[in-house]
Design a protein around this ligand. Structure first.
Ligand code: ASP
Length: 425
């Protein structure tokens, strides 16, 4: 039994997961009921705009509250625990390679499905305007420069995760190199890490209620009418997300981590529910990290590196949406893409998903980058926004599943996956 499961008075982990799932399903049911029967009533408005909004935002704030300190402290400890810069390079290389590979696979699946289904056929928009105006996506040079922090406090205050990750890794390396003072500081960080992980656990107790409110609000606000024209697009994205999660990741786990996928998915139910209701990989990070380390048995020296990095750059679900959306928009505007065009989509959507921040809706903003590269009308994004919220929620759940799967594979390859914990109930 892990430490988390014996937290007296706060309930065990499986009871919490059960409550989270009840919150998820209950929120959906109430949201749909409100949408159907109380859309414009004062009680409906009071609940949706008042109670659900307030509780949902408080839950989101409680998650975001711990992200920066958690990443800083756990990653610095993790890096210091590796005790060897070469090892760090090797793990970094494997992690990045797997993140890129799974993302490229995800887009390829998305393109194949979109070509077969043809979600944009039947639209004839060549001469119409959707009224959508995209913001300019940042250039590659600026994006590269901005990975490196010039002020760690600003990076933390502004929540720039890649910069925080770079700073934490450097700090961890320096702690290893500094000898005795380094070890003293490491002990402080390790204590802070244990306390912050406990804080994650404490804050998770409000997750069922937070999830209930976030989900109820979304379903109360999204009527069935938005799906009418976009049903094919919606179902294509959803279908590929489900295939990627239930085929690609289990295959990865079986082939490269040599573990059965069932315990993986059972334990991932809680972080997936949080990701689904918050539509933010960043906000879900504390829960993902805790699950990966404490329930899947990935050693912190690996998990503290792979999970925050994944939450920031590994977005398979987002890439899937971007792939299908590009084909959809091309078809809707009657533009041929062609084989070399599809290759360009794979490359640019991989980059666009890396550049997507783990917050709600950014995937559609970054889609502009792919469309611009393909010379497709950027205002086509306006077409898909109606159904984006639900897809955003689902793709975020896939995004964090990818982070967890790759973490298990990397840990296993380094002999740092505790199989007993992985298999435990
Ligand atoms: N909401 C997604 C995430 O946080 C990003 C996106 O696709 O918009 O993972």
């Amino acid at each position: 039994m892990s430490a988390a499961e014996t937290d007296a008075g706060l309930g065990d982990t499986s009871a919490l997961t059960r409550k989270i799932l009840i919150g998820l399903v209950g929120g959906m049911a109430l949201g749909v009921a409100l949408n159907l029967f109380a859309a414009d009533s004062s009680v409906g408005t009071f609940l949706v705009e008042g109670v659900f909004y307030v509780v949902g935002q408080i839950f989101l704030a409680s998650l975001k509250l711990i992200v920066v300190p958690l990443v800083l402290v756990s990653l610095a400890c993790g890096t210091a625990a590796l005790e060897d810069v070469a090892k760090l390079g090797r793990i970094g290389g494997k992690t990045l390679g797997l993140y890129l590979l799974t993302t490229a696979l995800a887009i390829s699946l998305a393109l194949i499905a979109a070509i077969i289904v043809g979600p944009g056929e039947g639209f004839d928009l060549a001469s119409q305007s959707t009224g959508f105006a995209a913001n300019a996506a940042p250039g590659l040079a600026q994006t590269l420069i901005e990975i490196f922090p010039d002020n760690p406090f600003r990076a933390m205050a502004e929540g720039r995760m890649l910069q925080v990750i770079v700073f934490a890794v450097l700090l961890g390396v320096a702690m290893t190199l500094a000898g005795e003072p380094g070890r003293d500081l490491l002990r402080v960080f390790e204590s802070a890490n244990a306390v912050i992980m406990k804080l994650v656990f404490v804050l998770m107790q409000i997750a069922p209620y937070g999830i209930f409110c976030l989900i109820a609000k979304v379903f109360a606000e999204q009527g069935p009418d938005v799906f009418e024209q976009l049903l094919k697009y919606f179902l294509t994205v959803l279908g590929v997300l489900i295939i990627h999660a239930t085929v690609t990741y289990p295959t990865l786990l079986v082939l490269f981590a040599r573990v059965a996928p069932m315990p993986f998915f059972r334990k991932l139910r809680a972080p997936m529910s949080v990701a689904f209701s918050t539509a933010s990989s960043g906000a879900t990070l504390p829960v993902t990290l805790r699950t990966v380390e404490e329930r899947l048995g990935v050693e912190p020296s690996i998990g503290s590196f792979t999970v925050p990095l994944g939450a920031t750059i590994n977005m398979d679900g987002t890439a899937i949406m971007q792939g299908v959306a590009t084909v959809f928009i091309a078809q809707a505007y009657g533009v041929e893409i062609g084989p070399s065009g599809y290759l360009t989509v794979v490359l640019t959507a991989t980059l666009a998903s890396i550049g997507t921040a783990g917050v709600p809706g950014v995937g559609t903003v970054m889609l502009a980058m792919v469309l611009r590269q393909m010379d497709l009308p950027i205002e086509g994004i306006g077409l898909i926004l109606g159904v984006d919220r639900l897809l955003d929620m689902t793709r975020t759940a896939v995004n964090i599943t990818g982070d967890a799967a790759v973490s298990c594979v990397v840990a296993r390859s380094e002999g740092k996956l505790d199989l007993e914990t992985f298999r435990a109930r």
